[in-house]
Design a protein around this ligand. Sequence first.
Ligand code: SAH
Ligand code: SF4
Ligand code: F3S
Length: 462
Amino acid sequence: MPQTIFSADLTRSNVNLFLTSGIMHHPPKTYFIRTYGCQMNELDTEVMAGQLQKRGIVPTDQEESADLLIFNTCSIRDLAERKVMGKLGQLGRRKKRGLIGVTGCMAMAKKEALFRKFPHLDFVLGTNNISDLGTVLDEVLYTQKQVFKTEDVYEENLDYLAAKREHSIKAHVSIIRGCDKFCTYCVVPYTRGQEVSRSAQDIIEECKQLTDRGYKEITLLGQNVNSYGKDRPEWQCLFHDLLAQIDQIPGIGRIRFMTSHPIDITYELMQAIRDLPSLCEFVHFPIQAGSSRILKKMHRIYTKEQYLDKVTLLRKTVPNISLGTDIIVGFPTETESEFEETYELMNQIRYSVAFIYAYSARKGTPAMRWKDDVPEEIKETRLQKLLELQDKIAKEERGSFLGHTVEVLVERLNKDQIHLKGRTRCWKKVIFKGPSSLVGTLQTVLIEGSSHQTLVGNLHQM
Ligand code: SAH
Ligand code: SF4
Ligand code: F3S
């Protein structure tokens, strides 16, 4: 069993060392990062990639033979963790392997316990220590020991500008990290820490640079973007104020945001969506459950009626708005009739997009104190019912686009190499035939059909 070594190095670099993982490691020349989970992790991967490339380590698409393999992990549901655990277990059985690191939410949820389960793991780096990646790598190489750094305090000086972006048309920009909502089922407040807003100046600078580099769409990211600025009242800059400033950037393309908590969706935000030309007419407005009793048990801090009132106001303010949601079925004690309330609510609201999950009990969350008493087969049946309903609603919605024109931001050539692929302002996927020179431009497309969740059309001739 590994044991902690308290050495002079520990105080100097403020990292924690464990005994060696058994293989002599040399400075890596190539890296591969496997990313799980949400957009925050995707962005963190891009930031880590930027740091590694600055050190001359180059990306490879050969996961098996990379000198440095990083798993940027997610803890949101049991399955997300099991996938990574399986992979890590397999790697331990290999005689020859490069450096292996775990970053992301599992690093925060499990910390150094990961070394006990996976003695061949070289480092564990938390979600608030991304800028320490280089130091931690150096420490592993210098000491040939296992190293972990998983602090709870948010790092102020993370260099987002050095991120190596996956796309050249659309980019993610972090505006707030962490979550203070503490929904009873959710690990995020423990794996990402407290809400910390990033200064408007830094955000705007990053958006300007991206715009100057030709990016056409920016998604503002946070676990709860619309509580932006509440932790810094002295800034007098709430989410809608920030949006108004970003909208003013010369040449700015489309702006989106992900994700929002219904309680913080204000009338000012609805007005911003109505009035700011760059802001797209799509809001992820996650209800989670249709019964007020379950919502209370989830600590969502709104009732079904309050939620519905907000949706009504939003639809009145922005008539062409599209809505997305997240739903959890089988939360502890959820009855059949409470599930029916969720079904009815989805039928009533008719979301454009719904991410539907079966409840998964997570260690360390308040919901663990309740028995996970909805049998797995019932969770599965409820999940399937909602998926079928959503499929039907989405199909009908796609039908309603027939014969209409939409504005599409062309993102890339489609996999079939014949069509171009992009999205409407309301986040619908569209494919249509056209030359690849149109990638990165806005086009008007006449919708003539649909296939596999995607609208199919033709360039509209004016
Ligand atoms: N901050 C975002 C959600 C982040 S997690 C928000 O509040 O909207 C993404 C989704 O995963 C959640 O909205 C929820 O639907 C789901 N989720 C979170 N914890 C879960 C759990 N323990 N079991 C099942 N689904 C969960
Ligand atoms: Fe999790 Fe709730 Fe925070 Fe979303 S708002 S990240 S579901 S605790
Ligand atoms: Fe997963 Fe962490 Fe995101 S738990 S969903 S990667 S914030």
